[in-house]
Design a binder for this molecule. Structure first.
Ligand code: SAH
Ligand code: SF4
Ligand code: F3S
Length: 472
């Protein structure tokens, strides 16, 4: 962001020599405000959108009251996610009535799912843009300025925004997301993503490496490679005979520097290979952490979900990860109350959770999504109170497992990457260990800064955080 501002300033200064009195101290004529919902991919897309808008002379602002354009980058994964966006739009309505020139745009998955229906339903929305159409935003803004409703929700088989260098929004300057692929071909029956993000495609490997190298050169110390299903990354450069697999890519990113930590998300249990595990084990800077969504522990339910693995396969995968990396952190996504789920199926889920000893999980109750396979094929037949009770039991199980996992860490020494001050006190640092656990520790007399690595001994823990002390 700062770099872009200074680039524009430089250009203005060139003009200054010729016409000193026409210099505009504010390089941007109009400002946009962008709010992101949903997964990391959406947050990463907002950084691409910011870059496209910057190029067109729009500056980012963190204050929507001073914005000329307000964008919501939306999520459709559960009904509640869509409700949150609708509510937010009603809040912007008053602002728009008070300022007729203000444009409101909806980006992302909800834009893609609802298409022009959005413009009919939400009269005060001016622009609707799907995830593959962000390059057309400048034209759409011009159309909307002219008083037309502007929409582009075309999905693409090629678009990866490979050449666009994202503007890092709300960045701590230490950790960054790098998108390596888009879309998803998996068709899990509960999931709306294949419909909102289209077919899977992998981004040019060299452009990924360039972006990671550039981040490292600018002082970043951690990159998280993002995709809905990173293990199916597959790229063949023009003229090349060998493809780049995810294991290859991971290795090449890790080789940028031992000082650059590499993470990735999300792995599908059916696709994560021994090659990936071996590559992780080989490089200390590839973090010992895998997000391996289970969804359900019942083979029957997994089949209905179209997840293409059984509970036994999943448990064997967990064993395999621990064979390669005994200290690897594992987390999960779990859905309670999918169609036809019995008490026995639910117990199977709790059972696999116990087996996998998750450090952390994201837990949801099933929310039927229009157009998905499950919506068309199965009845959403588990009553809400049962879904909620089962979810509660899953949450309680996870709390127990997290507490246990944290207790296991007492007395251990971890290499921590400092990300910034702790939320509670400026006298404490906050960072993460390789396993992705947050560790808070006193700064003491040491002269450290964000981006530094430090050895920390854990002496206490809360449910979500480890507490430590610098080991000198
Ligand atoms: N690509 C990732 C997940 C993307 S969505 C993967 O395959 O794991 C993130 C999580 O939202 C999913 O893992 C799932 O647990 C949850 N989710 C997706 N659709 C859902 C639905 N209809 N109801 C409840 N949770 C859902
Ligand atoms: Fe959705 Fe399944 Fe694709 Fe994940 S892998 S995005 S859950 S369809
Ligand atoms: Fe939501 Fe779209 Fe991500 S539906 S979870 S923002 S891919």
């Amino acid at each position: 962001m700062l770099e872009l501002v200074s680039k524009v300033h430089d250009e203005t200064r060139q003009g200054e020599a010729f016409a000193p009195f026409t210099v505009d101290p504010n390089p941007y004529k109009r400002h946009f405000y962008i709010e992101s919902y949903g997964c990391q991919m959406n947050f990463s897309d907002s950084e691409i959108v910011a870059s496209i808008l910057n190029e067109e002379g729009f500056g980012a602002t963190r204050n929507f009251e001073e914005a000329d354009l307000i964008f919501l980058n939306t999520c459709s994964i559960r009904e509640k996610a869509e409700q949150t966006v609708r509510k937010r739009l009603t809040e912007f309505r008053k602002l728009k009535q008070a300022r007729p020139g203000l444009l409101v745009g909806v980006l992302g998955c909800m834009a893609e799912r609802l298409k022009s229906k959005f413009l009919e339903e939400e009269k005060l929305v001016d622009i609707v843009v799907g995830p593959d159409a962000y390059r057309t935003l400048p034209n759409l803004i011009t159309e909307a300025d002219g008083g037309q409703k502007a929409i582009n929700v075309l999905l693409s088989r090629e678009e990866t925004y490979a050449d666009i260098s994202p503007v890092r929004l709300n960045s701590n300057g230490i950790t960054a997301f790098v998108s390596i692929m888009r879309g998803c071909n998996n068709m899990c029956s509960f999931c709306v993503v294949p419909f909102t993000r289209g077919r899977e495609r992998s981004r040019d490997a060299q452009s990924i490496l360039n972006e990671c190298q550039d981040l490292f050169d600018r002082g970043y110390k951690e990159v998280t490679l993002l995709g809905q299903n990173v293990d199916s990354y597959y790229y063949i450069a023009e003229g090349a005979t060998q493809p780049v697999t995810f294991a290859n890519l991971l290795e090449r990113v890790a080789l940028i520097s031992p000082e650059l930590r590499v993470r990735f998300s999300t792995s599908h249990p059916k696709d994560i290979t021994d090659d990936v595990l071996a590559t992780m084990a080989k490089y200390e800077n590839i973090c010992r952490y895998i997000h391996l969504p289970l969804q359900s522990g019942s083979t029957r339910v997994l089949q209905l979900m179209n997840r293409s693995y059984s509970r036994e396969w999943y448990k064997a995968k967990v064993d395999r990860i621990r064979e390669y990396m005994p200290d690897c952190g594992i987390s999960s996504d779990i859905i309670a109350g999918f169609c036809t789920e019995t008490e026995a199926d639910h117990q199977d889920t709790l059972d696999v959770m116990r087996y996998a000893r998750y450090d952390m999980s994201y837990m949801f109750f099933y929310s039927e999504r229009p157009g998905t396979l499950a919506q068309r094929r199965y009845e959403d037949d588990i009553p809400e109170d049962v879904k909620k009770r089962r979810l509660q039991e899953i949450v309680e199980m996870q709390n127990k497992l997290s507490a246990e996992s944290n207790r296991q860490d007492l007395g251990k020494i971890f290499k921590v990457l400092i990300e910034g001050n702790s939320k509670r006190s400026e006298l404490d640092w906050m960072g993460r260990n390789s396993q992705n656990k947050v560790i808070v520790f006193a700064k003491e007399q040491y002269d450290l800064k964000p981006g530094d690595y430090v050895q920390v001994t854990v002496h206490d823990c809360t449910q979500a955080t480890l507490l430590g002390k610098i080991t000198s």
